[in-house]
Ligand binder design. Structure first.
Ligand SMILES: C[S@@+](CC[C@H](N)C(=O)[O-])C[C@H]1O[C@@H](n2cnc3c(N)ncnc32)[C@H](O)[C@@H]1O
Length: 337
């Protein structure tokens, strides 16, 4: 077994930025935490390309298909480690794909035909890409900040003569810069902001650095999109649902999620950050949620009835952009005498 194929052992390096810090030549110097916080606010800023560390989209591809040509050996080693820590890691991706497909079908049957796929990952394995490809009048814009993802997606599109004829756009940029992103896509004709659209934030929001206000992502979508637009979002949680009532099982759930997140810090940043259910509710509070409100990714559009949830576990919700003009103005009265 070569060092390249030896399994990653939990707790033993390299974690970010170990290898980059010593490699010197092959990677640009790792940026600081503050750089990352600012980078997630700017539309054109994207992370460094790193040859020493796994990349999350490629690790996801390796989890789905251990033989995939999209992933490097390091990505595959991390996929194996994640599956050892949390055997449900592969199934969690199936749940995300099911969620994406159901949301797209729901939006299409509501008459929405424009889709914006944020943090799209590889379109070769993307449920959003597949669901929209089957619908002749639907259009989709895929946004991802990873240069490897963008290059693979470009090849995928240009090599497929049928896809070349379909209206779809690939953008290599920062999907958290909501205002500049929507303006840029509207100006370029990729999106028509006078018509409703469906925005997918599937396995993305938990990559936002905690120093950036996660509620502001959804709030800015609500501010800029036509009312009745759909927003679908899920979020990794380390808080077990109430169906798991034994304190020991709840602690194990939290511990496994934290170990899973720690393993993901072998990747280039940003790294996943789990939240509580209350915090997820706060982040999506500006949407009018479709029933059943907050559920799990695998259950939507039904309530979450999972009896034995296992890490990595994601909460999910789909909401509409409310019609702000219909809101009652706030009236404040007070006795000034
Ligand atoms: C776990 S993958 C999810 C892929 C896809 N949404 C799916 O459900 O299959 C997360 C993706 O988000 C991308 N990503 C993370 N932060 C981003 C950001 N600020 N802007 C754009 N893409 C981002 C990563 O490069 C990666 O491809």
């Amino acid at each position: 077994m070569t060092s390249e194929t030896a399994p990653f052992l939990e707790g033993r390096g390299p974690y970010w930025p170990d290898a980059c810090a010593t490699s010197g030549r092959s990677c640009p110097p790792p940026y600081t935490g503050l750089d990352r916080v600012h980078m997630q606010r700017r539309w054109a800023d994207t992370p460094v390309v790193c040859r020493c560390h796994p990349h999350p989209a490629r690790v996801g591809a390796a989890l789905c298909d251990p033989q995939t040509h999209l992933a490097t050996e390091r990505d595959k080693r991390l996929a194996d480690e994640l599956a050892r820590i949390a055997p449900r890691s592969r199934h969690a991706l199936v749940d995300s794909d099911t969620f994406t497909t159901r949301v797209i079908h729901g939006a299409l049957s509501d008459g929405v035909t424009q889709f914006l796929d944020l943090g799209s990952g590889h379109i070769a394995t993307s449920a959003a890409h597949a669901a929209v490809a089957g619908h002749p009048t639907a259009t989709i814009v895929h946004v991802d900040h990873d240069l490897h993802v963008d290059s693979h997606n470009l090849c995928e599109l240009t090599e497929d003569p049928i896809l070349m004829t379909r209206p779809r756009t690939l953008v290599h940029a920062n999907a958290f810069a909501i205002g500049p992103m929507l303006t840029s896509l509207h100006r370029s004709g990729a999106l028509d902001r006078s018509r409703r659209l469906c925005v997918l934030l599937v396995d993305l929001l938990y990559y936002l650095d905690p120093a950036n206000d996660a509620r502001s992502v959804i709030r800015r979508l609500v501010k800029h999109l036509p009312s009745g637009s759909w927003v679908a979002v899920n979020h990794l949680t380390n808080q077990a649902p109430s169906t798991l009532d034994s304190p020991g099982a709840r602690a194990a759930f939290r511990r496994d999620t934290d170990r899973w997140c720690r393993a993901m810090t072998r990747c280039v940043p940003p790294h996943p950050q789990a939240s509580s259910r209350t915090e997820f509710g706060r982040r999506i509070a500006d949407l009018d949620l479709h029933p059943p409100g907050i559920t799990s990714t695998g259950s939507w559009p039904d309530p979450d009835t999972t009896r034995l949830p296992q890490a990595p576990y994601t909460l999910a919700a789909v909401g509409r952009v409310p019609d702000l003009s219909e809101r009652e103005p706030r009236v404040t009265t007070g006795d000034r005498s």
